[in-house]
Write a protein that binds this ligand. Structure first.
Ligand SMILES: [Zn+2]
Length: 270
């Protein structure tokens, strides 16, 4: 059984295909999913999807690094207060804070330094909130490895996931030296030919640190990339199947262990 630990099933392109998405998941053995917010409105959409889908579905609330520079003009602290209120009012469904983190790839020329600063501020605030609410932190990082590590260390975060892993093995090693409650989640990116460093990481990591996800509707796995333009939770199956080809353990051990990891990380009963 497979757990898609990071997707956005409420996103346009997916939200009008709810029944089909669930049918496809069932057919592929993708039983459970977490839908991730990227700002307050999207977090609310993720929450209502989690409520509509019922007992095998959860959500996370947060501000995505590339969105936080375009928010209405409130202070970061005020935005975070809104986020905290939402989290407190949905304790039955919320399993994480995020996605937050740093994205130094998508910056606007002429505004790069202020945008980086805003991202760091929102990241620190959300790390603090995750500790306060005792919820894991869902981290997006792109071209920002050093700053991501230093903010995670400074904040004293222990339980976090690096989602859609796109770094090399050294980055994972460095984080594991700091906390053994850090997980690494592999998406369709793992399956692309150019992703050799990501594949090396998936080979090298302890199996009990690994999660899988789709990040749907983005990053369609290689196996179905020629057929589909929009990713969906069912395709976690393709990420899992690819992961099995990289690991030395038997396939069913990989699948069962990753399933257990997902529940341990999110503190959900199996
Ligand atoms: Zn995402």
């Amino acid at each position: 059984m497979i757990f898609d630990t990071h997707c956005h099933g409420y996103w346009h392109g997916l939200k009008h295909r709810q029944t089909e998405m669930l049918d496809n998941m069932r057919a592929m053995g993708v039983v459970r999913s977490v839908h991730i917010g990227t700002d307050i409105d999207k977090s609310l959409e993720a929450l209502s999807l989690a409520r509509a889908w019922g007992s095998d579905t959860w959500y996370a609330a947060g501000f995505h690094p590339t969105g936080c520079q375009n928010l209405p003009p409130l202070s970061a602290a005020e935005h975070i207060r809104e986020l905290e209120k939402l989290a407190q009012n949905s304790r039955d469904k919320i399993v994480g804070i995020g996605e937050t983190g740093l994205d130094y790839f998508h910056l606007t020329r002429g505004h790069k330094e202020t945008q980086k600063q805003t991202q760091r501020e929102f990241f620190r605030h959300q790390a603090e909130l995750s500790l306060r609410l005792d919820l894991p932190l869902i981290v997006h990082t792109r071209d920002a490895a050093a700053d991501t590590i230093s903010i995670l260390k400074e904040s004293g975060i222990r339980r976090a996931v690096i989602h859609c892993y796109s770094e090399n093995p050294k980055f994972a090693r460095e984080l594991l030296n700091f906390s053994d409650e850090i997980y690494f989640s592999f998406s369709g990116m793992l399956t692309y030919q150019k992703s050799t460093a990501v594949q090396d990481t998936a080979r090298e990591l302890r199996l009990d640190r690994i999660l899988v996800e789709t990040d749907a509707p983005f990053l369609v796995p290689q196996a179905v990339r020629n057929v589909y333009k929009i990713n969906e939770p069912a395709f976690t199956r393709h990420v899992m199947d690819f992961l099995k080809t990289l690991r030395s353990e038997p396939g069913d051990v990989v699948e069962q262990t990753v399933w257990k990891n997902s529940h341990r990380f999110l503190r959900i009963a199996e």
